[in-house]
Design a protein around this ligand. Structure first.
Ligand code: DC
Length: 218
């Protein structure tokens, strides 16, 4: 069983995807985290975000791994735990540029399809239902208003000690949505067979229940 969850930034995809994967005992793959790791790789190696060749050279030598712990899933870039580093504003505000590079997308899509081949999976991102898992049995396209998404990101950030003001966050979210939806290669787009779920006025458990009901109906 493959469950694809796509949608714009901060729509709650990863929170919900994680809960569904735990409830069903499925593998969970956060594809956004993978694009974030590549962005961090560029930052740490002082590579410009549009230098596709240099980024690809580094990426070929870099493993991206997810490790479940009692404290949630950790993200590793080779041996380095980058779980927190990939959520910092320097990565968040540049990841759309890196995610627009054709060679990076090709490489990460291949890696994501390999992970999906390991078993039942819940995968979240922007192009899962359209490109990575076009035959997924369940495709969800989660949306929420930009104001609500900024509010959610703000609360998350405060817990992580990141203090970006709410209005700045909303502007950043709108800018990222625009870039993600207008890039040439697999832009953020609802698959024709995806079910749209507006989560603006829903709680997390309500969203999870709705998706589980959809899964059970398959
Ligand atoms: O879901 P997120 O905010 O962690 O994703 C980070 C960025 O990665 C997002 O701006 C768009 C990009 N991304 C993508 O292009 N394709 C995916 N499948 C997942 C994320």
């Amino acid at each position: 069983m493959q469950i694809a969850i796509d949608g714009p930034a901060s729509a709650g995809k990863s929170t919900v995807a994680k809960l569904i994967a735990t409830r069903l005992g499925y593998i969970y793959c956060d594809t956004g985290a993978m694009y974030r790791v590549v962005t961090l790789l560029a930052i740490q190696n002082h590579i410009a975000f549009d230098d596709e060749k240099a980024i690809m050279q580094k990426l070929q030598q870099t493993e991206i791994n997810f490790q479940p712990t009692s404290n949630g899933q950790k993200v590793f870039m080779n041996d380095q735990d980058v779980t927190n580093a990939i959520r910092q504003p320097d990565v968040t505000n540049n990841v759309s540029q890196v995610a627009a590079l054709a060679a990076v997308r090709k490489e990460l899509v291949t890696r994501q399809q390999k992970i999906a081949a390991e078993g039942n999976i819940v995968m979240d991102g922007r192009d899962i239902g359209t490109t990575v898992l076009p035959n997924a049995e369940v495709k969800i396209f989660m949306i929420a208003s930009a104001a609500e998404r900024a509010q959610r990101r703000y609360k998350e950030n405060i817990q992580k000690g990141i203090n970006t003001p709410l209005d700045v966050l909303e502007k950043e979210i709108v800018a990222r949505d625009y870039k993600d939806s207008h890039r040439k290669i697999s832009p953020l787009q609802k698959a024709t067979d995806a079910i749209e779920l507006d989560t603006t006025h829903l709680t997390i458990p309500e969203v999870v229940d709705k998706i589980i009901t959809i899964i059970n109906s398959k």
